[in-house]
Design a protein around this ligand. Structure first.
Ligand code: RUB
Length: 331
């Protein structure tokens, strides 16, 4: 049963929940799931008037939008689908919204394949690639390189606190890639063995800076110092149009328990089992999920529209998004 007031169907609430709790994660996967959820909302909406249908779709988009703040692929996906909602009757609105969401998902898949082909050209036979977190766009480049017969090895940073490096390692091993997993702090030492740093992005700003899993910026600075090129694989859905007008990208702060469990906290701030931990125990845990890598530490941004020096990405951004963006879910 849809929420009585908003008309948002349970499947949309469930997707929003999965994104917030990171069952669904990674910028491209989040965008795909959000578009699919809007299609489900359109399909299952019980709205009896076009106005009610539109209202429900906007409410569904808002529910999805409020899950995670940093990956711009999410609002870009919602905006794209809502802009395609067209028609004078509920039936027409339903059909156009579903068609638009399906087109979005097809384009997303195709963009990743094309991006993979472009990124693979940067990889040579025998190269060693260092990865951070888990990025389907970054992996697409390795996938195509392998398909074209190149041997690739990987050094995979485990990526604390949630260890998305394990997902990367699992995928690479499935493809037969020799993998060395390292703790994040060992990255600088292992850069001596790497030919590329290859990461994805949650957002790319107009000045070419890259917002990705926390730790990317330190890795990029170290890579520059060691002379290892940094390649960012990011479909154009990751370009953040609001940054053209001076907005900054919000960095998500996640639950401190991802870093320090209640038990671990208790061992730090003292007190035995019998002594309750005081509310204000003087210990703060910060857990930012992402950081910003300035353009000067990035060698190339690989998109489905070609490879770009980070400083020139704004040209592509303007071409794709114009100068302004709206938030149709707030209307
Ligand atoms: O930082 C992350 C994921 O962070 P989280 O695990 O917190 O969502 C990924 O590098 C980007 O989202 C790109 O992924 P993709 O290339 O798959 O879009």
């Amino acid at each position: 049963m849809a929420d009585a007031e908003s008309g948002v169907v349970p499947a949309v609430e469930a997707t929003a929940d999965d994104i917030a709790t990171m069952e669904i994660r990674g910028a491209a996967t989040i965008a795909d799931a959000a578009a699919a959820a809007l299609a489900t909302q359109a399909d299952r909406s019980g709205a009896e008037s076009p106005a009610a249908f539109r209202r429900q779709l906007r409410a569904a988009a808002r529910t999805l939008y409020e899950t995670r703040p940093t990956a711009v692929s999410l609002p870009n996906a919602l905006r794209y689908v809502l802009r395609g909602m067209d028609g004078e009757t509920v039936a027409d609105l339903r059909a156009s919204t579903i068609a638009r969401a399906e087109a979005f998902r097809r384009d997303l898949e195709r963009a990743q394949e094309t991006l993979g082909e472009i990124g693979a050209n940067r990889l040579r036979d025998g190269d060693v690639v260092m990865t951070h977190c888990h990025s389907t766009d970054a992996l697409a480049c390795i996938d195509v390189a392998l398909e074209s017969g190149k041997a690739i090895e990987a050094i995979v940073k485990e990526t604390r606190p949630r260890k998305q490096g394990h997902i990367t390692a699992r995928q690479l091993r499935e493809w037969g890639v020799p993998v060395t997993v390292i703790v994040d702090n060992a990255a600088r030492r292992y850069l001596d063995r790497a030919d590329h740093v290859l990461v994805g992005a949650d957002s790319i700003a107009a000045d070419g800076s890259v917002i990705n899993k926390v730790g990317t910026s330190g890795l990029a600075v170290n890579a520059r110092e060691r002379g290892v090129p940094v390649m960012v694989a990011a479909q154009t859905i990751k370009l953040h149009p609001d940054t053209m007008t001076g907005h900054t990208v919000e960095i998500e702060l996640r639950d401190e328990r991802e870093v320090l469990s209640d038990e671990e906290r208790a061992t730090i701030v003292g007190g035995g089992d019998d002594e309750p931990v005081a509310d204000d125990d003087g210990l703060t845990v910060d857990n930012p999920a992402f950081d910003v890598t300035p353009a000067r530490y990035v060698d190339a941004i690989v998109t489905e529209r070609g490879q770009f020096p980070p400083e020139s990405i704004v040209t592509l951004m303007r071409e794709l998004f114009g100068e302004t963006t709206d938030e149709p879910w707030t209307a």
